[in-house]
Design a protein around this ligand. Sequence first.
Ligand code: FAD
Length: 534
Amino acid sequence: MATVCYQLREVTLSLEEEENGLGARVAETLGIKRTQICQWHIVRRGIDARRKGRILRVYTVQFTVDAALEITHGQLNKRLVEVEPTATIDVFTPTARAKKVVVVGMGPAGLFAALTLARCGHQVCLVERGRPVEQRVADVENFWAGGPLNPHSNVQFGEGGAGTFSDGKLTTRLKHPLTRTILETLVTFGAPEQILSEAKPHVGTDRLRCVLLNFRKELERLGVELRYTCCVTDLLGTAQHVQGVIFNHQEELPCDAVVLAVGHSARDTYAWLERRGVAMEPKPFAVGVRVEHPATLINRIQYGIERHRNLPTADYALTYNDRETGRGVYSFCMCPGGEVVQSSSEPDSVVVNGMSHYRRAGTLSNSALVVSVRREDFADDSPLAGVRFQQHWERRAFELAGRDYRAPAQNLLNFLGQKGGSVVSSCRPGVVDAPLEQTLPDFVSQGLQRALPHFNRKMRGFITSEATLVGIETRTSAPVRIVRRQDGQSATWAGLYPCGEGAGYAGGIMSAALDGIQQALAIHHCDDHSSTGD
Ligand code: FAD
């Protein structure tokens, strides 16, 4: 039977209705019989909580019907569209001339670059300064329990990259068709299938760790050589052509091209890249704090109810334009039912971020509240001035909280100069009640103080003695851009492909993964790199 495929948008269910009734709801909306729908599946899920007493779950449903069946678009306007059945894009065309490529960094950018290159038939060595995810988890848990910081195996460094201890949010503003390929790849490796249809997909740190194990197996199956505790400390060759890398200051690894996907915290790497004349420039980012509220309080504000089996733990996104300074103040990387994580990668510094498990069932919800930082805020114009700016404030936070890696924290009301209560935080190894103004640039603390009343107007109850601010969040994005040419290569070193968030071309898991694929394809299609053939 010939069939036609459609998508119907804005199909709604109440909180009490089950998703398996969606086929019937589609048929009812179209005025056809349920049995006339051959197959259906959800392509997008979202929540409409604008009316607190009547929260709706909103879906886009894709379905097929007999081509002979007439469906009248009439009143459905743009809600009903005929579509081609979803097809996976195949960008992995095998090569006749295998190149030897070293990929540096096992974050999303490096992993997807290595996978793409291997699928195209290249000879790939993927190196990572940190440890395999199993050992890395143990190192991080030990640090959070009060143990020493391992500068090579921590929340920023190790297999999986910076997002391993995260909420695993996979939202992106990018409309690139390869984003679907990335999500499908993650599902193949064990991510929940819902990420293919949710309006705001997330994997959770627990599921992400399993995905990484399967990712590793697939890379090994494709013949990728994986090297851990292998920190790249220099380049081989000349600016005319990179010929390989040196790792751990001694071993040489020759190759035809290098993908440099080192993330935004590889400060030692930025330093030697600058010395080797790799073109870089300072880049703006944002600095602020994490705010933690009881998850039920945020649910009440957003949904009007504390919880429901068919409602996810509520999130939010807030923005404010500070007219006094012209700076943006905004919430960032919200983690519903999650925890604030101590994310230092350098001794004597405190930096926080957020993570959640897939179920987002923790009792607190947290989000970054940050203020934009400009290049003029740095002490000078040099490429690494933004790195030094971050370091300065991270060390202040370390000093303020007693020099033992606990984070400085303050009741939100106290931060606003009102009488508040104590601090309640999920952050391990703990927090110290301290005046956060002392560990933030003035324009940041004042920007936050002006923004909070505005946020409270958007979300009544946001300002409360039940909220705690935890400092400080500085690694919102890279403070540097490693300048690239149109073809993806470094502006000054041929054969070097700066990639992902650390290079300043991505912000988040999805965009880093996409940049990894695109840089891999740039190498695949480049005729300049000679093959070593060995
Ligand atoms: P990274 O993931 O940083 O990976 C770089 C890798 O390179 C690291 O493993 C590092 O050890 C390695 N490396 C560095 N230098 C060297 C060297 N010289 N030699 C060898 N290896 C080296 N983003 C989201 O989209 N959603 C989220 O929910 C989210 N939550 C986050 C929570 C936390 C706690 C953190 C820290 C980040 C979060 N992010 C989130 C941001 C996201 O993790 C990053 O955008 C993303 O990981 C960037 O990917 P990348 O591959 O470019 O770099």
